[in-house]
Design a protein around this ligand. Structure first.
Ligand SMILES: Cc1cc2nc3c(=O)[nH]c(=O)nc-3n(C[C@H](O)[C@H](O)[C@H](O)COP(=O)(O)OP(=O)(O)OC[C@H]3O[C@@H](n4cnc5c(N)ncnc54)[C@H](O)[C@@H]3O)c2cc1C
Length: 411
């Protein structure tokens, strides 16, 4: 497999990451096939990972942490490996291209979701003495984290949020709820964003503050998971807070600066997610190519039919363009450029292109493409769903157009 071109040392990390997958995670998957082969045994009847699957995921996180993979993108100031956007793009891409979709012990267990779990850059906003209390567990993979910004009535429009934090003595009292929160049903800790100045928030001028919350705090509850796109369970869920007290020293950054805090690391996060989608797309194209050579109709391999070649060629062009954009944008972010329009273009193109690739690769496989066995449909569902979080495609288009109208074509 030809890789995105990256510096030698990052390439070497990629080799050891794949060795880790093949030598430590795959044997664990094989030993637990009976549980992992079907969502009926992966999830319980409430749609949550069963205790066995939860324990396996923790085992993989801890092993990944011991090898340095789990924390490699975390900022150095909170104990992470400090690897930048180029590494994030390459290693997420490689992991997905190697493993394919639907591996509950791999995505996003070996490498946590960028900025929403593990050593998220958002945690640099925690007071140093508070960090000491929580970071070791998060770094070792023993504990996990989630990022609660969205609500039932506030997704793209963050300022519409209703969750409120009110000052009370030496702390805050939080009431409200969060929806769609990745890892929300499982996390020991949550980064929660709440309105602290309703006047400023209603004018869209600030007034939102971030808090680091222990999921064991009185008043914190997990309402449910939210299974999506045909799944029997989910990583995402709904959280609710009723008179939940949070000490002031667990605030994430200054009062009223929550959105700035929340967006820290969002660019690298969007690139990592985009790279995951394109890595999966490359995996799908490999499957389609192999099948096109062996499956025969009308006395010849289907790869010799022009209509099938069109599906393959369109997929290859989508992937090549995406990989080139990914690396170019990652290099810009790495050297400190803002690259706002570029990041949005990457997120828009990679998620939509990956979804198109899965659609075409399913088509190349005919009926086989629809079976659960080949996992192409799993990749199709995953890439479809990724057009929504981290800014929908429409919100990315809005950002791109606004940037271009304001500053011209500078990419
Ligand atoms: C799998 C998954 C994981 C997620 N994980 C998290 C998480 O960990 N933490 C978290 O806080 N959130 C998370 N989210 C929430 C996600 O960020 C929101 O779903 C997303 O921002 C869209 O918000 P919404 O669903 O409320 O849609 P809406 O904002 O209601 O949008 C509905 C439609 O209107 C369009 N639209 C809205 N505004 C505009 C506009 N100005 N111009 C043009 N079109 C517009 C949208 O693109 C969309 O098509 C997750 C979502 C999913 C699906």
């Amino acid at each position: 497999m030809k890789a995105i071109h990256v510096p030698e040392e990052i390439f070497a990390i990629g080799e050891s990451l794949i060795r880790f997958i093949d030598q430590e995670v795959v044997p664990l998957e094989n030993a637990n096939k009976a549980i992992l082969a079907s969502e009926r045994t992966i999830y319980d009847d409430r749609g949550r990972f069963t205790p066995e699957v939860d324990a396996l995921r923790r085992e993989v996180r801890e092993r990944s942490s011991r090898q340095g993979f789990y924390t490699m993108f975390g900022p150095e100031e909170i104990g992470g490996g400090g690897l930048g956007p180029v590494a994030a793009v390459y290693l997420n891409w490689l992991l997905s291209a190697h493993c394919g979709p639907g591996r509950v012990l791999i995505h996003p267990v070996v490498i946590p979701s960028p900025f929403t779990n593990g050593l998220s850059p958002v945690l640099t906003n925690l007071a140093p003495e508070v960090r000491e209390r929580y970071l070791p567990g998060l770094a070792s993979g023993e504990k996990t984290l989630c990022f609660g910004l969205s609500e039932p009535d506030a997704g793209s429009d963050v300022f519409a949020m209703k969750t409120k934090a009110v000052r009370d003595g030496d702390g805050w009292v939080i009431n409200g709820s969060k929806q769609w929160i990745t890892n929300g049903p499982y996390a020991e800790y949550a980064m929660i964003f709440a309105v602290t100045d309703p006047e400023l928030a209603s004018q869209r001028k600030g007034g939102i503050t971030g808090f680091f919350v222990d999921a064991k705090a009185a008043g914190f509850s997990v309402v449910s998971t939210i299974p999506i796109m045909g799944h029997l369970g989910a990583e995402i869920g709904i959280l609710s807070f009723t008179d939940m007290r949070v000490p002031d020293d667990q605030r994430l950054g200054p009062i009223g600066q929550g959105l700035k805090v929340a967006l820290q690391g969002v660019n690298t996060g969007r690139l990592g997610l985009s790279a995951t989608c394109i890595g999966l797309a490359r995996w799908a194209l490999d499957q389609a190519l192999a099948y096109a050579k062996v499956r025969k109709t009308f006395d010849k391999p289907i790869g010799e039919h022009q209509a099938v070649q069109i599906l393959i060629a369109g997929s290859a062009a989508d992937i090549y363009a995406a990989e080139t954009m990914l690396l170019d944008c990652a290099m810009k972010l790495e050297r400190g450029d803002r690259a706002l329009a570029e990041t949005s273009m990457v997120k828009l193109h990679c998620t939509e292109a990956a979804n198109r690739v899965f659609d075409r690769c399913i088509q190349v496989h005919g009926g086989m493409g629809l079976t659960n066995e080949l996992r192409l449909e799993e990749g199709y569902r995953f890439t479809r769903s990724m057009r929504i979080p981290d800014g929908t495609s429409e919100i990315q288009r809005r950002t791109i157009a606004r940037e271009l109208i304001a500053s011209g074509v500078n990419f």
